[in-house]
Design a binder for this molecule. Sequence first.
Ligand code: NAD
Length: 486
Amino acid sequence: MAVDLASITGMSAPTELLIGGQWSAGRAGSLPVIDPATEDPITEVAAATAADAIDAVDAAHRALPGWAATAPRTRGECLRRAYELMIADTEALARLMVLENGKALRDARAEVTYAAEFFRWYAEEAVRIDGTVTTAPSGANRILVQYQPVGVSVLVTPWNFPAAMATRKIGPALAAGCTVVLKPAKETPLSALAVAAILAEAGVPDGVVNVLPTAAPGPVVGAMLADPRVRKLSFTGSTEVGRQLLHTAADTVTKCSMELGGNAPFLVFADADVDSAVDGAMIAKMRNGGEACTAANRFFVHEAVADEFTAKFAARLAALHVGPGLDDGTDLGPLVNADTRTKVATLVEAATRDGGRVVTGGQAPDRRGYFYTPTVIDHVPPTAGILGVEIFGPVAPIVRFTGTDEAIAMANHTEYGLVSYLYTADLRRALAVAEALEAGMVGINRGVVSDPAAPFGGVKQSGLGREGGHQGLLEFTEAKYIAVDW
Ligand code: NAD
């Protein structure tokens, strides 16, 4: 039974495709959006086909010359208005997000603020797309470099941060003068559609932002990547799907940015302030219920502080209130769907078979909804399978270590390299270890790194390119070099 979205959220949420400024039905009919806390459908949204995707590319392509030629200040002001509208609508957007994603309302409110900040940051960056003029080493000519918008951009986003992963791409794309087609995850299309409605209200012209929910992401994204008018793919999601899309994008040599999976280590050294490390662990593990690419996935704790850290961390996790995200007092909502819960449960069972000892949690509560209890597993052997997989849930495996080199080697023993966290009171050690860790980002005595002003991204199989900061804008540009003799 569908629910009355307007009465729960206080906003009228769009549920149709957005193509060329028109809200329209999808040629594939509709797809249900499920509330993970009840397992019931909350509404249906229009579902796009490959033909709808080409219509959206047509619209984005038509809108491109006008938007690219729009004054940077005007582009920036549209983004700034969108920031203000999002902030004004924080509560409604957060409630909508909880319904489709399940996360606790507190996390959803934080995400709306974080998501809106990308619009504010890129409103400011739109007027700072600086080129350079230099003299050629031979002295014969000048070298002019200017940054031009790359063109029509396809944006593909995951369900875990349904607003922020969209604004982290739309903000820089629009600031740079690109037009976009956004394909949100089928689990969470409502937040993406609501953000698009806000951009329209903020004055973004028709066709600059198009949105295509679909149950057939392969054909829909494939059709767009095969179209030579599409010049950019910005993808956030799993490494597995990212790899496939890099293959597909190779056929048209489309410029790619890839924000992929993570397997973050969280290192606690013997001299660390344990209480502060536990505070950091709570954020690094439990932000978004553990469903974050930046989630601490493997805890490496020095033997000297392991008992204290584990006891305190487990007590904090055991005290969390698990329940529907919209309920007052909920700290941890459900996982996004049944498959995710099964995966988490299977990993915990395997970790205990591998020799880990469950300190707290370790089961799914007996209730409707895709809930899983916060879990700490101590004495996990370094060879355990759980350490090689992105858990994407509220489960913390702890491995004990004694030597710094041993800890670094274990931390780097993964094909991922998104983020690492470390706690120590010794600045020299902190910086030396940060340099040795194979990761695009490092948090020192800090459990969160995400910031719209900072370059977010991974090394190894965690991705290509950066989002956020000035680098995030350059991803949506091409450098043009002009040789001038004057
Ligand atoms: P996913 O890879 O299954 O899906 C991501 C997006 O790709 C969705 O929109 C999905 O519909 C689409 N997709 C799926 N198959 C596709 C195909 N064959 N062709 C084209 N598009 C396709 O990932 P998910 O489960 O939605 O999200 C979780 C993953 O995202 C985790 O691995 C997480 O680490 C990663 N993630 C990374 C970052 C980052 O910034 N590095 C941020 C958030 C999430």
